[in-house]
Design a protein around this ligand. Structure first.
Ligand SMILES: CC(C)(COP(=O)(O)OP(=O)(O)OC[C@H]1O[C@@H](n2cnc3c(N)ncnc32)[C@H](O)[C@@H]1OP(=O)(O)O)[C@@H](O)C(=O)NCCC(=O)NCCS
Length: 187
């Protein structure tokens, strides 16, 4: 489930992120920068460089090795990054929960990729990571992201005032969750 070989769509698959994706991440994030600005924290210029992405990925992969995160990329048929899905803040014990974040390359948006990938990530969270719940938060007017979550089986559970610092301000967010199963905890 973590290494799912089924294609997501024609020419696009979901696979675990690697350090070797840094250059491709920098290109996709640079290409999509203006498109993503309203929904993202303000990033330093270094974030858009291969070196900045290598540093970010190294941290994320260390978190993965410690069981706290699971980063995937959406890769095209030349294995270039065209989006990303990340489960972060993974907790076990009685919570068995993770936070979901994602983006899709501006050139690939609006074709159902995010919805398909969120569905796959939830399968991996349940069957591969043994989680019970995935949560996500969107800026109140990020309608596309809310639509993705609703299509992927999430329910809105409330609104959190001034929840995250996005596009230069503490912004209210809609909070979503998907319960993955009602069985006992398993690993
Ligand atoms: C949000 C995002 C991930 C969606 O990716 P995607 O691959 O285009 O998503 P999908 O094609 O699976 O679904 C998008 C849905 O939103 C709808 N949508 C898109 N733009 C919209 C808008 N401005 N208003 C309302 N609905 C919108 C689409 O019509 C579609 O719904 P439908 O299938 O019912 O027609 C992508 O736009 C993105 O990366 N945005 C910038 C980063 C971001 O917002 N990340 C999420 C932070 S919570």
């Amino acid at each position: 489930m973590i290494n799912d070989i089924r294609p997501l769509a024609a020419g696009v698959r979901l696979r675990p992120a690697t350090l070797g994706d840094a250059g491709s991440f920098a290109e996709a994030l640079t290409r999509s920068r203006a498109y993503m600005r309203r929904w993202e924290p303000v990033r330093p210029e270094a974030f858009y460089t291969p070196q900045g992405q290598a540093q970010r990925l190294a941290g994320l992969l260390a978190d993965r090795d410690a069981g706290r995160a699971m980063p995937w990329v959406l890769a095209d048929d030349e294995d270039r990054v065209v989006g990303a899905m990340t489960l972060a803040s993974i907790e076990r014990g009685p919570f068995r929960n993770a936070r979901l974040g994602y983006w899709i390359d501006v050139e690939r948006a609006g074709r159902g990729l995010a919805t398909a990938a969120v569905g796959r990530v939830c399968e991996a969270a349940r069957d591969g990571l043994g989680l019970h719940r995935v949560e996500a938060a969107t800026v109140v007017d990020n309608t596309a992201s809310q639509r993705v979550l609703t299509k992927a089986g999430f329910e809105q559970i409330g609104t959190a005032p001034r929840y995250l610092h996005i596009d230069g301000a503490w912004q209210d967010h809609r909070m979503f969750q998907r319960i993955l199963h009602d069985g006992p905890p398993h690993s």
